[in-house]
Design a protein around this ligand. Sequence first.
Ligand SMILES: Cc1cc2nc3c(=O)[nH]c(=O)nc-3n(C[C@H](O)[C@H](O)[C@H](O)COP(=O)(O)OP(=O)(O)OC[C@H]3O[C@@H](n4cnc5c(N)ncnc54)[C@H](O)[C@@H]3O)c2cc1C
Ligand code: FES
Length: 282
Amino acid sequence: MPLSAVDNHSLYAPRPSRLLGVNELTPQEKLFRLQLGDGSELNHQPGQFIQLSIPGLTEAPISVASSPTRKGYFELAVRKAGLLTTALHQLLPGAQIGVRGPFGRPFQLDELHGKELLLLAGGCGLAPLRSLIQYCQDHSSTFQSIQILYGARSPQDLLFKEELVNWQISDTFSCRFTVDQSPADSCYDGETGLLTRLLNDVQIDADNGCAVLVGPPSMYQPVIKQLRHLGLTGSKQIMLSLERQMRCGVGKCGHCTIEHLYCCTDGPIFWLEEVEHLRGAL
Ligand SMILES: Cc1cc2nc3c(=O)[nH]c(=O)nc-3n(C[C@H](O)[C@H](O)[C@H](O)COP(=O)(O)OP(=O)(O)OC[C@H]3O[C@@H](n4cnc5c(N)ncnc54)[C@H](O)[C@@H]3O)c2cc1C
Ligand code: FES
């Protein structure tokens, strides 16, 4: 949603929101289900983020992890990292938090319709990608095919484990996930190795394929190299998310710049050709 479409109130002032439910995803990450205090929809698009605040504490940008097609609530998958997120992890259903936004450039859905999609997530990147995955699930006939590949560090770091299994058995997706390493005493019996290993077996229409990447910076260069080997060399065939430290979220403070781009308003979702030549972008 362009910034002009966000009313001034939600641009600068947090809207009170009610915590409907909390689910533990991993020892470090929890899924928070929320509703705006007045019961209205957040009206976000997959790939956008909100600025989350707890009264008396700071604010932090958090991606929306659910699709706007799932009505009556929105979800955030949050890692316990510092002051704000540790306080959030202690809240119980019924608690109030503040939400500004939604902000940022979303996944370019119009450009993805009709395509063979390859959705790739590393680590926490599955949180924002889940919003797009749910959207694809709810509009499955709009896409030619949808492959999901996900990599996490260890079995206990896998996010959305039940959903991964459901995506694997669904008719809508082909889905594979892997962990870098599995401890000897783990009961995990799935795939091991880096995400790039899974890419070795992927087939995609080089003319009509489009890849979407969300993950840690270290994942991007090796994955992009393999995507190019698969033939995704044209314009608008690789879309990715770039995260930078943010403060205002609305293009005012300059904290999130990559050369001339503001990650909070020009991104966080970019086409590869928009950022690959920028110093420090990847
Ligand atoms: C667009 C965007 C979307 C995000 N989505 C999510 C999400 O869905 N779930 C989630 O758990 N986190 C997400 N983050 C990261 C989250 O905003 C930060 O971890 C935030 O600092 C946590 O606030 P805090 O007060 O708990 O921790 P802080 O006290 O701010 O810091 C915790 C640690 O994280 C480091 N840090 C802070 N911001 C970033 C950053 N952007 N990138 C890397 N390291 C950082 C700090 O240096 C410090 O070491 C997102 C960030 C951006 C920019
Ligand atoms: S976070 Fe302030 S300009 Fe982007």
